[in-house]
Design a protein around this ligand. Structure first.
Ligand SMILES: CC(C)(COP(=O)(O)OP(=O)(O)OC[C@H]1O[C@@H](n2cnc3c(N)ncnc32)[C@H](O)[C@@H]1OP(=O)(O)O)[C@@H](O)C(=O)NCCC(=O)NCCS
Length: 204
């Protein structure tokens, strides 16, 4: 079992309420817009050009049954996304996931990222994944704070590996163990099976 004392749980006192639910295909234009803002205005995402909805549709379609994709809504508007994906496509990595979270720049520091990870990480744990990795282009104080708040620990930096906005950026890895060290893995459960196990709602 993961160390629950190192979870993202906690009071959220920034109304309106943040609702987290499983992402649907119709959410992907909002996801595109949230991430494109970061692509166009920051070094946090290493894409050089904005991504189209087709990119997100392909990623979501290929991944969402094996790895959770969640969105956060505030007052009926999708303002954030969190999802997991394969770390590497080799058998021994089957129990490791890379986790990603983006929150609209208009809604930062209101607990949205924490609420998203607060749902995503227990789903991954229930699926039987062993470890989650956040890959963070540095510096990024918001992402580092979110990951450490949710129990991830620094696990090494690759300096100067990305060129964007006319300079080199390093990338740090933050790791959270989701199971005991001695856990002998079975095949990870599907997202749907984990949602049932957690008594969470499946998408309509
Ligand atoms: C990183 C990101 C997802 C954080 O989401 P958020 O909704 O703003 O974060 P939260 O409000 O849930 O904050 C989580 C914790 O981090 C802290 N934090 C958030 N932004 C911070 C910042 N810029 N500086 C310092 N601490 C920060 C909060 O105080 C909070 O800690 P607390 O619960 O102990 O008070 C958001 O800033 C973002 O989308 N950034 C751009 C994209 C990005 O970098 N994504 C991550 C890629 S790895």
């Amino acid at each position: 079992m993961a160390d629950r004392s190192q979870s993202c749980a906690g009071e959220i006192d920034h109304p309106p309420a943040t609702e987290v639910r499983v992402a649907r295909e119709g959410d992907l234009t909002a996801v595109r817009d949230v991430v494109n803002w970061a692509i166009e205005n920051t070094h946090y995402n290493f894409h050089a050009e904005p991504l189209g909805t087709a990119h997100w549709r392909a990623e979501w379609a290929a991944g969402h049954e094996r790895h959770p994709w969640l969105v956060a809504e505030r007052a009926g508007e999708v303002v954030g996304v969190a999802y997991a994906g394969r770390l590497k496509a080799r058998r021994a990595y089957d129990w490791a996931v890379e986790t990603t979270v983006y929150v609209s720049h208009l809604h930062h520091r209101r607990g949205v990222g924490r609420v998203l990870y607060g749902v995503l990480l227990p789903i991954l744990e229930a699926q039987g994944f062993h470890t989650a990795i956040g890959v963070i282009a540095l510096p990024n104080p918001g992402s580092v704070a979110l990951h450490e708040r949710c129990g991830f620990v620094a696990a090494g930096e690759l300096p100067r590996i990305g060129w964007k906005r006319d300079r080199w950026w390093g990338v740090g890895h933050w790791q959270k163990m989701l199971q005991h060290e001695t856990h002998v893995p079975e095949e990870p459960l599907s997202v749907a099976a984990a949602l049932r196990r957690l008594d969470l709602e499946e998408p309509a």
